[in-house]
Design a protein around this ligand. Structure first.
Ligand code: SF4
Ligand code: SF4
Ligand code: SF4
Length: 219
């Protein structure tokens, strides 16, 4: 079995947002939709409970500490492709599912836009595509097989499964100048994310939620 996952080295990420931009372009994401957001953190507390609090706290774009001993750190956040995904458990139509490779997907043909998964996901990474969807350009950008963005359906990071299926890595991996991201099979002890995690403190974000995320944050 394969369980695709990612390690993100928080000591290497310097908040350049290249991963967020690469994701938006590769997936032809419209305005207001980001699968991958690089939040700014101003303290060392990663235990924020709940989506609204977590996002509000993470998005605070200011340094922590007292001058001149200030600090600033970054926290890239997207779908955690959980091994025990709460979004899948509540989906009434089977639109949200977890594949044998560990990737959690949304089938836009089955999604009825009920929003249950948005409420159930503790990470706040799902978005309902509204009727006012608007693009930056009149032409589609990114990969030719980028996901279609269907009104009244829910979307989130796909781990760029279209790229993975042809042997490439997710778009956020490809541009990271900090070399902060590692991609591979979490069930393989020799995979890049597992090797990168050796000897490091590994944070499973909001692990008290019981979702068993497949993104490992290295500290
Ligand atoms: Fe589902 Fe949220 Fe986990 Fe992604 S992060 S698999 S949307 S519960
Ligand atoms: Fe499932 Fe779509 Fe409802 Fe989410 S919005 S729970 S994916 S049917
Ligand atoms: Fe951090 Fe890499 Fe994303 Fe830049 S591209 S914000 S260094 S994870």
């Amino acid at each position: 079995m394969t369980r695709y996952g990612m390690a993100i080295d928080l000591n290497r990420c310097f908040g350049c947002q290249a991963c967020a931009a690469a994701c938006k372009i590769a997936n032809n994401l419209p305005k207001g939709l980001s699968y991958n957001v690089v939040y700014t953190k101003n303290d060392d507390d990663y235990t924020y409970p709940g989506t609204a609090v977590a996002k509000g706290a993470l998005i605070n774009d200011s340094a922590g500490g007292a001058f001149p001993d200030c600090s600033l750190s970054f926290f890239p956040l997207g779908c955690q492709h959980c091994a025990n995904p709460s979004c899948v458990a509540v989906c009434p139509t089977g639109a949200s599912s977890k594949g044998e490779n560990g990737i959690v997907s949304v089938d836009s043909e089955l999604c009825i836009g009920c929003g249950s998964c948005i409420k159930a996901c503790p990470y706040g990474v799902r978005t309902l595509i509204g009727e006012d969807v608007e693009y930056y350009l009149d032409l589609a950008v990114g990969e030719v097989d980028a996901p279609a963005h269907k009104i009244d359906t829910v979307e989130k990071c796909t781990f760029c499964k279209n790229l993975i299926e042809r042997g490439e890595e997710p778009a956020c991996m490809q541009l990271c100048p900090g070399r902060a991201r590692y991609w591979g099979d979490l069930d393989d002890p020799t995979s890049d994310p597992n090797v990168a995690a050796q000897g490091r403190e590994v944070l499973h974000y909001l692990e008290d939620e019981g979702t068993e995320p497949s993104v490992l944050y290295l500290r």
